[in-house]
Design a protein around this ligand. Structure first.
Ligand code: F0G
Length: 458
């Protein structure tokens, strides 16, 4: 047995949670149209909807909030944030924004137009939506193993270089707006990208004169996997790994709500001065002046502190270890989970959880609904409902995997909370896995449809 990582913090402040009765939960989820986004937070006992903006702040972050400088222009908090990002990632020009999708908005407004493609590794839903909103298309070039829930590969987020080359050839080099590597790859199961893959993709992009960006929301967790799984990095400090990762790209979009452990915030960072100059007018139009862009001084000060804490090796060992423990506990009891276990979340394979339910009847969404009913646990579907329709044909897309995601907020839940979650999943599986019918839309909403659609049992 490998030794468990120690818990590198203790609890200073608590927030009460309660568990409604089964009857109350049934009522609540029915009223919510079987859509967990429509529940009120007080109706939820353990909230694993997302790891975004839900982390617990440290005492040092709370202190940082107090010294936030709220000057409209030239805020000292901006310069502190800029210097932290520069030291960590080596990227010169920083465009602060209010969250990750705002970074996508500002960037795509400059780089994406009708007919352009953005090859990458299973783009996140807002990323894909912003690309399509500008008339572009996301092209998925993830390696084969990354589309298979049981394939064992240490870096299932990797890009298949051959697929990338084929996409560039098919659409023409001049139609590639940029190449995007999402680290870790959220929609693919929280799976990391190896340094070797980052390097080979970067080499190819530089040769072809293509821009390469990271969607860096979970960059520190990705760096931790590189340290743990890539032999030549096993003795390299996380900060050094992060610096090297970013040395291969032209910039990044960042949702700071994940690996900067803040409730709100984000940024775009680029190396190219001309691109930065081109981004500025959009930043001012959409987000705000370029030394605050959608964030308060408090937010920026908080984020600067969060970014320094997230690369702490003891923190990362415990964080990623906690997610792994939950996943392995479930796996040992025969619950079908995506393997290896991802960095921020455990993903249950809905199609295997309900093998008799037809794929177009949203099995993963039904897993989410049952886990709430069984134990007040809130999760999210990352599957057929989220995937939506093909923007060109209007047909329902059939994603490679139909998953129920249990995203673990950073520094929030204890092992006891997660043991409870595992028990609930086992019970729900035992009692419902033989179902033959799933769900159908009651109302299919427009846009990213999993937020607002409602469902009914068939
Ligand atoms: N990129 C990735 C990989 C993400 O996971 C997210 C958000 C975004 C971009 C957008 O960032 O929310 O700050 O605008 N993911 C959240 C989630 C919502 O639950 O996984 P945002």
């Amino acid at each position: 047995m490998t030794q468990k990582a120690f818990v590198p913090y203790k609890i200073k402040s608590i927030e009460p949670i309660t568990l409604l009765s089964r009857e109350e939960r049934e009522k609540a989820i029915t009223k919510a149209g079987l859509n967990l986004f429509k529940l009120r937070s007080e109706q939820v006992y353990i909230d694993l909807l997302t790891d975004s903006g839900t982390g617990a702040m440290s005492a040092k972050q709370w202190s940082a909030v107090m010294i936030g400088d709220e000057s409209y222009a030239g805020s000292s908090s901006f310069f502190k944030l800029e210097s932290v990002i520069h030291d960590l990632m080596g990227l010169q020009y920083i465009v602060p924004v209010h969250q990750g999708r705002a970074a996508e908005h500002v960037l795509d407004h400059v780089l994406v137009s009708k007919g352009k493609i953005i090859p990458g590794n299973t783009h996140f839903d807002t990323t894909k939506a912003h690309i399509e909103f500008r008339g572009g298309r996301a092209v998925d070039c993830t390696i084969e193993e990354g589309r298979n829930p049981t394939a064992n590969h240490p870096f299932k987020g990797n890009i298949d270089l051959e697929l990338l080359k084929q996409a560039v050839e098919k659409y023409g080099r001049e139609n590639v707006a940029y190449v995007l590597l999402t680290i870790t790859c959220n929609s693919g199961g929280g799976q990391p990208v190896s340094m070797a893959n980052i390097k080979e993709v970067s080499k190819y992009c530089r040769k072809e004169n293509l821009r390469l960006f990271f969607d860096a929301a979970r960059f520190a967790e990705n760096a931790y996997f590189i340290q743990q799984r890539e032999e030549s990095f096993k003795n390299t400090p996380i900060k050094k790994i992060v610096k090297e990762m970013f040395s291969y790209v032209d910039g990044c979009t960042m949702s700071a709500k994940k690996d900067a452990i803040v409730p709100i915030g984000g940024f775009l960072a680029v190396r190219d001065e001309q691109l930065y100059e081109d981004l500025k007018p959009n930043e001012i139009l959409f987000e705000g002046f370029y030394t605050y862009g959608g964030m308060s001084g408090m937010d920026m000060e908080n984020m600067a502190q969060g970014l320094t804490e997230v690369t702490d090796e003891n923190y990362l060992a415990y964080r990623v270890g906690q997610v792994k423990d939950l996943g392995e506990n479930l796996d040992a009891c025969g619950i079908p989970v995506v393997k290896p276990i991802g960095g921020h979340a455990v993903f249950i394979d809905g199609r295997s959880f309900y093998p008799k339910v037809p794929e177009d009847q949203f099995p993963a969404q039904m897993v989410c609904v049952e886990l709430y009913k069984y134990g007040g646990v809130r999760t999210v579907e990352v599957g057929s409902s989220l995937a939506g329709r093909d923007p060109d044909t209007g047909k329902n897309l059939r994603p490679a995997m139909d998953l129920c995601r249990l995203a673990i907020p950073r520094r929030v839940y204890t092992g006891e909370h997660l043991d409870y979650v595992a028990d609930i999943i086992k019970e729900a599986h035992l009692e419902t896995c033989n179902r033959t019918k799933g769900l159908a839309f009651e109302k299919e909403s427009k846009g990213i449809r999993h937020f607002d659609s409602t469902f009914k049992y068939l």
